[in-house]
Design a protein around this ligand. Structure first.
Ligand code: PHB
Ligand code: FE
Length: 329
């Protein structure tokens, strides 16, 4: 059992405050305050509570993801796969040059328990951190008002082999709570015909991936729709902005399936701008292993994220055996 250091609810706002290592977390009507110790005394960083909760939701649901989740330009986590570093200012040149940054390391269950407790206490009824802002509104703000455990405890959809196969993650339907999203009413819902040779019925399958994605009820939350060894197809639907800046320890590929997403690409260590990428349907891009990136999508868009889960690849990049880019032309 992992202890969570939480205060009693505030008499004024109703929210609890939390501590982890030498970091302190407090939320009020609009903001989350993150306080840490520096050589010059304590420093406090402010984030809008909705921005913080959207990032926290992903950090928790993705079990700290591949390497780095930046909540913004200051605060975030590094997944070391067993332990997690929590940092403030450590990947921001202004903070590191002034010596005002702090990184502390925790066992994964310890930081996860604190993050889950914070997410649970600070998410009000009616606010879904995975939903597009237009679909969840402003219930995040104000004093404490109930909770939204159904939304924050949603299981990420992860298939064993492929969506739609016998015994695997089912297709999304009206009946299982996945109506077509308002942005994708024009997406055809017909399914491919599969004629398997007798005896191979469980070995072959096909789905209409566009129909599957048109029924996603979340944004910026890749589900895993097919797996082959270390190769993961993680399609997702995107609206508004990716609530984190993701700093990677491997290459990942993006295939734009519909609409348009703009990406900002920055240096992993310093956050200095590196590139802007505008992706239109059919465009393919590889995000290098030494950057952080954030996406922006004015209209809900479909994106295929292609991930490599091979754990050996981290060392191959950090030792320089592999270039941070995947191909030379
Ligand atoms: C990413 O960091 O690469 C990422 C995360 C979530 C998404 C899309 C891309 O929905
Ligand atoms: Fe990424």
């Amino acid at each position: 059992m992992t202890d969570v250091k939480a205060s009693d609810p505030s008499n004024v706002t109703g929210y609890r405050s939390f501590e982890l290592g030498s970091f302190k977390f407090k939320r009020d009507e609009y903001f989350v305050n993150i306080t840490w110790k520096t050589k010059d005394g304590e420093i406090t960083h402010y984030m809008s509570a909705d921005v913080f909760l959207r990032a926290l939701m992903r950090d928790v649901a993705w079990n700290f993801f591949y390497l780095q989740i930046n909540f913004d330009t200051v605060f975030g986590t590094n997944n070391l796969y067993g332990t997690v570093e929590m940092f403030a200012g450590s990947y921001n040149e202004a903070y590191t040059e002034a010596g005002l940054n702090l990184t502390e390391t925790f066992e994964t269950p310890e930081i996860l328990a604190t993050f889950k407790a914070m997410l649970d206490d600070w998410t009000n009824a009616g606010f879904d951190p995975f939903a597009a802002p237009e679909e969840t509104g402003t219930a995040w703000l104000g004093r404490k008002n109930g909770n939204n455990r159904t939304a924050i405890n949603r299981e990420r959809q992860v298939c064993k082999r492929m969506v739609g196969l016998n015994g695997d993650t089912p297709q999304r339907t009206d009946e299982n709570g996945h109506p077509v999203n308002r942005a994708f009413e024009d997406v055809p819902q017909d399914e491919p015909e599969v004629h398997a040779e007798a005896g191979f019925e469980s070995e072959i399958g096909a789905i209409n991936l566009f129909a599957y994605l048109s029924r996603s009820d979340v944004t910026w939350n890749p589900s895993i729709s097919s797996i082959c060894k270390s190769s993961l197809c993680c399609p997702t639907t995107e609206e508004y902005s990716l609530p984190i800046k993701h700093g990677n320890d491997r290459v990942e590929w993006f295939l734009q399936l519909s609409d348009e997403i703009k990406w900002e690409v920055e240096d992993l260590e310093t956050g200095k701008p590196r590139a802007k990428v505008i992706m239109k349907p059919g465009d393919v891009a590889a995000m290098p292993a030494d950057i952080r990136h954030q996406g922006f999508s004015a209209k809900r868009a479909m994106l295929m994220v292609w991930e490599n889960t091979n754990p050996d690849i981290v060392e191959m990049h950090s030792s320089g055996k592999l270039n941070p880019w995947p191909v030379d032309f």
